[in-house]
Write a protein that binds this ligand. Structure first.
Ligand code: PEP
Ligand code: MG
Length: 591
């Protein structure tokens, strides 16, 4: 039966594919397709993994059979029996084999997929004892996965995506080679990063706000995504057909042929529109009245720089360096590793500027997704971004040295997140001076940098003059500026309706920051999600903004609006909107 779930639109476009439900704890499992000739080998890997665990359990049973009831209670031996039975159960191994042979999933992915299928059946059981066996099943799958790590894996080719199916394929319900959409209750930004370049054609999560970092990474992957879809991961079954409408924030499950045909049409329209936009790639970004507008890219990893360059970005306006620090079980990258990463990004932009933001972890960006900081009830107001860096000077100095060294390879701008206090500015400047003298002492070359601050806390926007004294440029982080101005957790879907870029207070802070910079001839850009929102391009141009930093995939759509804009006419219109009590309504009037 067809039904729809409404969530928050995150990344544009339509994806049609089969559901892959992934438990949040299982996202670190590799997901890739194998070649048909590799199927047997994958099945063999599962068999070896399973047999290894069976042998371990049998050995353990033998050992405990020589022990007394005190050292080895009867329950332990009964539990081992259950584990053996589950391991040898035809539904588990038979199902895993089917995912490998029919869908060409790699062995680990096939195992976790079948685990999800059986876990659902356990959840639905009336008998509490049987329901609890789900935990045993999870444990044995965990052990098989561990045992398989020891077996030689076929080189994961996560780049190898499924071919796009024709409408006919979809209606004929091809089992192999159809697009897959990933559905999870929650994914951390670091988890999401793992899926970059992956086989998935779209993403859905139950939780998350539109500008949560998970959503931001999904958007940077430029595939349709919906977050905040509430109970989606419970309502959808493994392998259901699903449509993601990333523009409307809607998920349609088990679509009828008519709905499939309609969305297939929409999908093709979207592709045509992208084709049309690609003609603007080499067109200079200048308004009708001759104002040059800089369109920059936001990136998460050094390799993204090449994509940014090819998308027509005139530089990187925000390299979120914290992604280099995530998912490393607390082992942070050292100076050399960071230097190489920043150098790769700088080289990837071929002489165009790269703005590297110092690490911004905390709040909805934990270093490791398994680490939950329960001690701090309000992590967004806690030790994040520059506060975290200043609390760990050695880590901060390491990063600063690496960035300064990378500046030998091309133009680098250093951007500091979340500053609010004069004391923080002073300390930051001292650390930068210290990092330079450390490099001089070691006779290590470093380059000149421009220094910038993010304006993302209302206090910073209000005291912008203090920032202008110390920094070469400012970059407005509207995602956090909105969160902190309106007291709305950007990652919480339950208050997503209150997250309003057009609130008069937000507009005032953004407009005032832009004018203060322009009055002093200082560079200013917006690098929050507002910069890539085509609904806001004309407003920001009217406010005087001439530098926008966004996901590379948005650049051409924003450029199209810039080319059609007359900034002189937009200025009085923008002023009226900023002075209005209901800017959203005022936006509907003509410029
Ligand atoms: C912002 O806050 O707008 C911003 C660009 O930084 P981040 O989204 O990484 O917090
Ligand atoms: Mg921010």
């Amino acid at each position: 039966m067809t039904f729809a779930i409404h969530g928050l639109a995150v990344a544009r476009g339509i994806a049609i594919g089969r559901a892959v439900l992934v438990a949040s704890s299982r996202v670190d499992v590799a997901h890739y397709f194998v070649q048909p000739q590799e199927v047997e080998r994958e099945v063999e890997r599962i068999r070896v993994g399973r047999d290894t665990v069976v042998e371990e359990i049998v050995r353990l049973q033998e050992t405990i059979s020589h022990m007394g009831p005190k050292e080895a209670p009867h329950e332990l031996s009964a539990l081992l029996d259950v584990h053996l039975m589950l391991l040898q159960d035809g539904e588990l191994i038979g199902g895993v084999k089917r995912w490998i042979t029919e869908r060409l999933y790699n062995a680990e992915w096939a195992l976790t997929t079948q685990l999800e299928v059986i876990a659902r059946q356990f959840d639905e059981m009336e008998d509490a004892y049987l329901r609890e066996r789900k935990a045993d099943l999870e444990q044995i799958c965990e052990r098989v996965l561990r045992a398989m790590k020891a077996t030689v894996s076929i080189a994961a080719n996560t780049q190898r995506g499924p071919r796009k199916p024709s409408q006919q394929d979809l209606l004929l319900d091809d089992t192999v080679d159809v697009p897959l959409v990933l559905i999870a209750h929650d994914l951390s930004p670091a988890d999401m990063l793992q899926f970059k370049q992956s086989v998935f054609a779209g993403f859905i999560t139950d939780v998350g706000g539109k500008t949560s970092h998970t959503a931001i990474v999904a958007r940077s992957m430029d595939i349709p995504a919906v977050v905040g879809a509430r109970t989606c991961s419970q309502l959808v079954r493994q392998d259901d057909w699903v449509i993601i409408d990333g523009d409307a924030g809607v998920v349609i499950i088990d679509p009828s042929p008519i709905i499939l045909a309609e969305y297939g049409f929409k999908q093709r329209q979207g592709e045509l529109e992208r084709g049309r936009l690609s003609r603007l790639l080499h067109t200079p970004s200048i308004t009708m009245d001759g104002e040059k507008v800089e369109l920059l890219a936001n990136i998460e990893m050094p390799e993204d720089a090449q994509v940014a360059y090819k998308s027509g970005a005139m530089g990187v306006g925000l390299f979120r360096s914290e992604f280099l620090f995530m998912g490393r079980q607390g082992i942070l990258p050292g100076e050399e590793e960071q230097y190489q990463a920043y150098k790769r990004a700088v080289e990837g932009m071929q002489g165009l500027p790269v703005t590297i933001r110092t690490v911004d972890v905390g709040a909805d960006k934990p270093l490791d997704s398994s680490v939950h900081d329960d001690a701090h009830l309000n992590p967004a107001l806690g030790l994040r971004a520059i506060r975290w860096s200043l609390a760990d000077p050695s880590m901060f100095l390491t990063q600063l040295r690496a960035i300064l060294r990378a500046a030998c390879h091309g133009p680098v701008k250093l951007l500091i997140p979340m500053l609010a206090h004069a004391g923080e500015i002073k300390q930051t400047l001292n650390h930068i001076a210290q990092a330079r003298s450390m490099l001089e002492r070691k006779k290590m070359p470093y380059g000149a940098i421009k220094l910038g601050a993010m304006i993302e806390v209302p206090a910073a926007a209000i005291s912008v003059q203090m920032f202008l004294k110390h920094f070469d440029f400012l970059s407005i982080g509207t995602n956090d500026l909105i969160q902190y101005t309106l007291a709305i957790d950007r990652a919480d879907e339950s208050v997503a309706h209150l997250y309003d870029p057009l609130h008069p207070a937000v507009l005032k802070l953004v407009a005032d920051t832009i004018s203060a910079c322009r009055a002093q001839g200082k560079e200013v850009s917006v690098c929050g999600e507002m910069a890539g929102d085509v609904g806001l391009t004309r407003l920001l141009l009217g406010m005087g903004l001439r530098s926008f930093s966004m996901h590379p995939a948005q650049i051409l759509a924003v450029k199209q609006l810039v080319l059609r804009a007359d900034s002189a006419r937009l200025a009085p219109w923008a002023l009226k909107i900023c002075q209005s009590e209901e800017p959203a309504l005022e936006m509907e009037t003509k410029a």
